[in-house]
Design a protein around this ligand. Structure first.
Ligand code: AMP
Ligand code: MG
Length: 406
């Protein structure tokens, strides 16, 4: 039986980076850029005012100045400051030729002069300002040709904005994987249906599709497969037309656990079955090379909801990150201090639902009570899993343990 780290490594070994392709920038949130994006112009593209106020020459500011023009953002000035005068200017508007500084409107007073022309008075100390006050010079943030976002960057809202500023509406990225979700089990009914005696709702489909979305993938829900060979096989064949097929249930030792054998008959090559982990021991993983360039990764998650949840975070999510080129692909653990003593009785390393919180002196973690791998409700109070190594042991409050946030 594989250890968790060996199983993660085996999954990542089989998951090859997607080839880069162009997609609309609007769809690229969370993906990894596969090209360098350079500035197609200076930013700002012209000297611009940082405030609403009056553009002036500093030496002119000893007397009231006639206001000869008003420039709003989006307009170009038609006048220049080649004599003693002021031009009213709004934030973001291009600076008139000759202007040395912009005096914020709140520091000025305005009146109409004897000739009916507006006049503005500015405080005398403005004459000692440094030229350039309240002005952002052309190219101050970015020069034409500068590298703005480098290949390999994960696209967050600010990268998307910066790329949009470069005039790009499409970008080359490693695309979002499509992941089919197939729940198996004769006891399952769709969520909208009231379970009859002995039946339960297919909650895993909802949960797994949400986990896929959160990890950056595109879920393809395939509904419920009966624990019956022909039906299961037909649904598996449909699922094998995506990048990743995630099944839940049917991977244990029961008579109706048909998933491993049906995957094998569909040509999926087993990489491992069973991992030394709690919950999630029966996890199955394999691959199908549909064409020389198209590989499908296949995960058979144990059906118990917390097992499915934990196995997705430990094994499926890293595979999606690898396909998309997100680094690191592996789950990231932080060290946190236990707030309460915790006793483990484990023949396997246990990933216990837990509550991770951030305090000024570092992260703290509290185990959430749960009654085992079917207790999905316990995970609602949790935001992470705390890792307790194998063995019977009591961890004192204040002990440092590893925690993986969900
Ligand atoms: P299995 O892995 O098929 O042996 O299922 C283990 C347990 O998980 C059983 O109690 C199932 O009823 C439950 N289970 C299996 N599939 C689902 C599902 N899609 N949603 C909720 N519970 C499930
Ligand atoms: Mg089952």
């Amino acid at each position: 039986m594989m250890e968790v780290s060996e199983a993660v490594a085996a999954v990542l070994h089989e998951a090859a980076l997607f080839e880069p392709q162009a997609i609309p920038l609007m769809d690229a949130l969370g993906l990894v850029l596969a090209e360098d994006v350079h500035a197609d112009a200076d930013s700002p593209p012209f000297d611009k005012s940082l405030v609403d106020g009056f553009a002036v020459r500093l030496a002119d500011c000893t007397a009231p100045l006639p206001v000869i023009e008003t420039v709003s953002a989006g307009q170009m000035p038609t006048r220049s400051l080649d004599r003693s005068a002021a031009i009213q200017i709004m934030t973001g508007a291009p600076l008139p030729v000759g202007a040395e500084a912009v005096v914020p409107v709140e520091h000025t007073s305005q009146r109409i002069g004897a000739d009916g022309m507006p006049l503005v008075s500015v405080p005398i100390h403005v004459t000692s300002w440094k030229p350039g006050t309240n002005i952002l010079r052309r190219g101050a943030s970015t020069k034409l040709g500068d590298l703005v976002v480098a290949a390999g960057s994960e696209l967050r809202p600010q990268e998307l904005g910066a790329i949009a500023e470069c005039g790009r509406s499409r970008v080359i990225v490693r695309r979002r994987p499509r992941i089919a979700v197939l729940a198996t089990g004769d006891e399952l009914v769709p969520v909208g249906q009231t379970p009859a005696a002995g039946q339960i709702r297919n909650s895993n489909e909802m949960m797994l599709c949400a986990q896929i979305r959160r990890a950056g993938g595109e879920p393809v829900p395939l509904g419920i497969a009966r624990d019956e060979r022909a039906h299961l096989r037909e649904r598996i064949e449909v699922g094998l037309h995506t990048d990743v097929l995630v099944l839940s249930g049917g991977v244990s030792m029961g008579e109706k656990d048909l998933v491993p054998s049906e995957l094998a008959s569909a040509g999926v090559r087993q990489i491992f079955h069973k991992v030394n982990v709690k919950p999630g021991k029966p996890l199955w993983f394999g691959v199908l090379d549909r064409t020389p360039t198209e590989r499908v990764l296949v995960f058979g998650l144990p059906g118990n909801p917390v097992s499915s949840l934990v196995c997705f975070e430990l094994f499926v999510r890293p595979s999606l990150r690898r396909l998309m080129g997100v680094s690191p692909a592996e789950p990231l653990a932080v060290s946190a201090r236990l707030t309460q003593p915790h006793t483990t009785k484990g023949d396997r390393p246990t990933y216990q639902p837990a509550r991770l919180e951030w305090q000024s002196d570092g992260p703290i973690v509290t185990a959430v009570p749960w009654v085992g791998s079917s207790d999905l409700r316990a995970t609602v109070a949790a935001n992470s899993m705390a890792l307790f190594p194998v063995g019977d042991q009591t961890y004192a409050a204040g002990s440092t343990i590893k925690v993986i946030a969900w």
